[in-house]
Design a protein. Structure first.
Length: 291
């Protein structure tokens, strides 16, 4: 392996730059939207015209879900007009295409603390991501680095912070789903019990969660259906986990970015067939090292 030589990068400020302006940044993102750090994105449009509202810089969609990102770029410091413009484009797109899950993305060279405070007021009501962009020169090369400084707020289940969730029982779920899929849920829970014996199943109206002494600990939830169980571990989406799931052949329906959960369809024989991987996912979601 050749010995690498340390080179100190030179920060390049793009606002007012004669060669590397907003159009140049837009083209770099359009060429490879993954540089934003938002996952595997596909470019849908750029300079998208909104009548009486200007042009949306970039529109992307997650390659594996129905999530769309309305992306606005600003060189220099972020300002109030940038927030308003980004939210306006997001609102137009979500009304025009309600079948998609929309996220407003603000990209700026300098995201100030005041800007973050203002954007933070919307987060939770409007899904907003703020990304700080920096350009660096290395000799004859220039590169862009994108850092997420404000992510969209992940929404918890009602059970996570309220004691008034509709609590049910096992018989409710046997009627709503089936005894067969309750047995699958039991098999998943038995894996949890092996490393967290103090947890129990908690039967709620819309899902079956986990609890300790009656207090929710929903690092994984289960939604039994008639023929399968939705298994939803709370994990960050990353390429390594995605590769393991794909290699195993598990039916991953989607990744819920807002809730931070994978949604995996588990059938009658999947628990025994994929037990090591399922155990690893559960332990990682619980906060222990996976396998």
């Amino acid at each position: 392996m050749p010995i690498l030589t340390y080179a100190k990068p030179e920060r390049v400020f793009l606002k007012g730059h004669a060669e590397y302006g907003e159009k140049w940044v837009q083209e770099r993102i359009a060429e490879d939207p993954s540089i934003l750090g938002l996952g595997d994105l596909v470019l849908k449009d750029k300079e998208r015209i909104h009548p009486n509202a200007g042009r949306l810089d970039i529109l992307c969609q997650d390659a594996e879900s129905n999530r769309r990102y309305e992306i606005e770029i600003q060189l220099g410091k972020s300002d109030e007009s940038h927030i308003i413009r980004t939210i306006e484009y997001w609102d137009i797109e979500r009304k025009r295409y309600p079948q998609y899950d929309h996220v407003a993305v603000i990209v700026a060279e300098d995201i100030t603390s005041r800007f973050l405070n203002v954007v933070g007021l919307f987060n939770g009501f409007i899904p907003i991501v703020a990304i700080q962009m920096q350009a660096f020169r290395f000799g004859d090369n220039i590169s862009l680095v994108f850092t997420t400084v404000l992510n969209e707020m992940r929404l918890g289940l009602v059970e996570d912070d309220e004691a008034v969730a509709d609590v049910t029982d096992r018989s409710y779920w046997e009627k709503r789903a089936s005894k067969q899929t309750l047995a699958v849920t039991d098999s998943l829970f038995s894996i949890v019990s092996a490393f967290a014996p103090d947890l129990s199943l908690k039967y709620n109206k819309f899902y079956i969660g986990l609890a300790k002494d009656g207090q929710p600990n929903n690092f994984a939830i289960f939604r039994p259906k008639k023929d399968w169980v939705w298994f939803e571990p709370k994990l960050d989406k990353d390429e390594a986990t995605q590769a393991k799931l794909e290699e195993a052949g598990l039916d991953v329906v989607e990744y819920d970015s807002r809730g931070g959960r994978y949604r995996i369809r588990i059938g009658k024989n999947d628990v025994s067939k994929h037990e090591p991987l399922i155990r690893s996912l559960l332990k990682e979601a619980y906060g222990e090292p996976g396998e």
